[in-house]
Design a protein around this ligand. Structure first.
Ligand code: GAL
Length: 699
């Protein structure tokens, strides 16, 4: 018999059950150290497919264990996680003065504290709001720790904006009527995040410095990708409808203009239909793809093919992929569900047979980012059962993983382009680009890319003036991929004759610096240090900048922009020298410098050792030996390790590489002397033994 009392009990139990089903009480998470200096906590039931599971990297534990050992870098009691109504709520504390870096590929600002993001893979549209090509849910704190949320979801991040009633650091209460200090955004002491999922795994990274946080993040993702040497040379992307004959003529022109070229980017017109794609060669423009690629490679040039993943009904892949595709289309093409092993196999078979086996060296994977009105809507369903949201967050990442695997199986390194990425991609061979084309914002993106384990190229397309042209080319030559993308207007490096020499000089300077740049990438791979990085990753740097960056440990790059004859460069502590003259410039201070049109301002730290080779037109081929000129800057004795390997395969993973000591010592008279010390066990070394030492700083 149901009494009044029982009735109350039942409704109470019902409420309890409802509450248990819909939420878990706020909890202080349990952190477990999973790798040296990296802790993980799980709340609720995380999705089966996450960003890290898609990236599928093998962590470099050995390198991680060489970093300093500390303890959990945050007050654990101040972190909270809970699941309410199928959403996960996360809160992390912030201290006064703390800055936050990362939270996706942002183009406008470097310190993200005080911003709100909805992290969503999208084409960047001029606003740092979370919609971007790589909305990586990872932040690095200036206090020397990092936080990663591993969910392929549209995550909302309040990066120090919300104020709770129970905050320990309440903002000052002010009367707007009478106080000038009243703020529309009162002080907030927490990062809060909302993940639309029943649970997530969260990772906390220890430093102690921001650089070491970034290193641990990259090393967890396998270490940065070591590109093939040719990937670091110059690349030209040709107009959409260029035929194989047009391209071969263009290669000839590069020779006539004595301009370096390592790989050609072939845009949509190589396919019999594009937007949607057939992934098949167009028979009129490319009647003989094999002989086309052979004649390129006979001239030391590789090829990179443009594609997007939307499959055309007129292509041979269509009937095979139709049952494995989404409910909706993009530009009339079906969207293959690439989480399915069968889909992956169909792609692999076709791409290997039609492209890789012919010698194609890489891909440019376009249009997996946005815009919303172009891509699949969020109501789309996929045969795997993963939601449209999850697919949007991981599609570009999965494409990278999938294609990288094919090249790896062939023991060939690749280096290509993608317009969409996400967390976990450090070890994948792709550089992000876009159509946004703002020179200054491109540099800020390059700065920001270094916090989140991605590479970014400030690609050059066209320019209004010769000045803008040379300035843009200078920047791109000091970026992960030196690329001219002429798909729309057919510009050539020499399109502005008045600056042809300056453009040629900077492209050649990149080629001369290849041993140094390759070394920077080897640090990315083996130590997790980004090759192009924010000044905020330099220890003790006390300024805030978004328009200058480090190339490796030794060089500051301070790009010039059209219309500017001078600029401010912020120097870290220690003495800094002009790259071109070796003269002392500044230390631990902002300085206004003047730059000629012909040169991009570059500065080298005291004791900087820069290995260089003579000007050349292609990155060195396997076995080719180049003369080394080793420059030293400043007054300090110093040493670096010069990394080398065959430049094309993964044999370096089996120890087929060399690490040569370049040492500068100083005698009692203060004279500097250089010495190159080879290890007797090292097998691969692409430089001549009699090196030239050049001490750049005489005064
Ligand atoms: C755009 C891409 C460009 C170019 C073009 C070709 O989406 O960003 O770089 O490849 O497609 O149609």
């Amino acid at each position: 018999m149901i009494t009044k009392m029982n009735c109350r009990k039942i409704s109470f139990l019902g409420m309890l059950l409802f509450a248990m089903l819909n939420c878990s009480a706020q909890s202080i998470p349990e952190w477990k150290m999973i790798h040296p200096g990296i802790w993980k906590a799980v709340i609720g039931k995380p999705d089966a497919m996450t960003l890290l599971s898609v990236a599928d990297a093998t962590p470099n534990l050995e390198a991680m264990s060489k970093l300093p050992k500390g303890s959990f870098p945050l007050p654990q009691g101040e972190i909270s996680m809970s699941v309410v109504d199928h959403k996960t709520y996360l809160r992390f504390p912030l201290e006064k003065g703390e800055q936050l870096f990362g939270l996706g590929l942002n183009f406008k600002n470097v310190n993200q504290r005080g911003k709100i993001f909805n992290l969503h893979v999208d084409h960047y549209n001029g606003e740092d709001n979370g919609r971007t090509h790589a909305p990586v849910p990872f932040y690095v704190s200036s206090k020397g720790y990092g936080v990663l949320i591993d969910a392929a979801r549209y995550i909302t991040v309040y990066a120090g904006t919300g104020v709770r009633t129970d905050t320990k650091n309440p903002p000052e209460l002010l009367d707007r009527n009478t106080s000038k200090n009243w703020k529309a955004h009162p002080y907030s002491d927490a990062v809060e995040m909302l993940v639309p999922a029943d649970g997530v795994a969260v990772y906390v990274f220890e430093g102690p410095t921001p650089m070491q946080v970034v290193q641990r993040y990259n090393l967890m993702n396998g270490g940065g990708y070591l590109p093939p040497k040719w990937g670091l040379g110059f690349t030209q992307r040709v107009p959409t409808l260029y035929s194989q004959t047009d391209i071969l003529k263009e290669v000839q022109q590069f020779k006539e203009h004595a301009f370096p070229l390592d790989f050609i980017g072939v845009e949509p017109g190589w396919q019999s239909m594009a937007y949607p794609c057939t992934f098949e060669w167009d028979k009129t423009r490319f009647p003989n793809p094999k002989s086309f690629i052979d004649s390129l490679s006979a001239q030391g040039i590789r090829s990179n093919l443009w594609m997007n993943p939307y499959v055309s009904p007129v292509g041979s892949l269509y009937p095979k992929l139709k049952p494995l595709s989404a409910s909706h289309t993009v530009w009339n093409g079906i969207i293959p569900d690439i989480t399915l092993p069968k889909t992956q196999q169909i792609f692999k078979d076709h791409f290997i047979k039609e492209h890789l086996s012919l010698g194609v060296s890489g891909y440019k994977m376009d249009e997996t980012d946005g815009f919303d009105s172009w891509l699949w809507p969020d109501v789309t369903t996929f045969p795997s059962g993963y939601s449209a949201e999850q697919m949007r967050q991981m599609y570009g990442l999965k494409m990278q993983r999938m294609t990288a695997g094919w090249f790896k199986e062939m023991n060939k390194r690749t280096f290509g382009l993608t317009r969409a990425s996400n967390a976990g991609s450090s070890g994948l061979p792709y550089v992000i680009y876009n159509d946004y084309y703002d020179h200054k914002d491109f540099i800020t993106a390059l700065v920001n890319s270094s916090f989140i384990g991605i590479l970014w190229t400030p690609e050059v397309r066209a320019s209004k003036t010769a000045e803008e042209w040379v300035r843009r080319i200078q920047s791109v030559c000091f970026s992960p991929m030196a690329m001219l993308n002429a798909w729309a207007d057919g510009t050539k490096p020499w399109s502005f004759p008045e600056v042809e020499k300056a453009v040629q000089d900077v492209a050649q300077l990149r080629m001369q610096l290849l041993p140094y740049i390759y070394n920077c990438f080897s640090q990315y791979h083996f130590e997790g240090k980004p090759p192009f990085r924010s000044m905020q990753l330099v220890e003790g740097f006390r300024f805030s900048t978004k328009d200058q960056y480090m190339m490796g440990d030794q060089i500051i790059v301070a790009p010039m922009f059209a219309g500017e004859k001078t600029r401010t460069v912020h120097f870290p502590s220690g003495k800094w020298y002009d790259f071109y003259t070796g003269d002392f410039v500044g230390e631990n201070q902002p300085l206004v410098i003047t730059a000629s049109l012909e040169k991009i301002p570059l500065f080298v730290r005291d004791g900087g050792i820069i290995p260089m080779v003579p000007p050349h037109f292609h990155a060195p081929a396997q076995g080719e030996k180049l003369a080394l000129e080793i420059r030293h800057y400043g007054k300090m004795p110093a040493s670096i390790e010069l990394y080398d390997d065959d430049g094309i395969s993964f044999d370096y993973e089996k120890g087929m590489h060399s690490k040569t000591q370049l040492v500068v010592t100083k005698n009692e008279k203060g004279e500097l002397k250089g010495n190159m010390i080879r290890r007797s066990t090292d097998k691969v070394f692409s430089y001549k033994e009699d090196v030239v030492w050049k001490f750049m700083t005489s005064k």
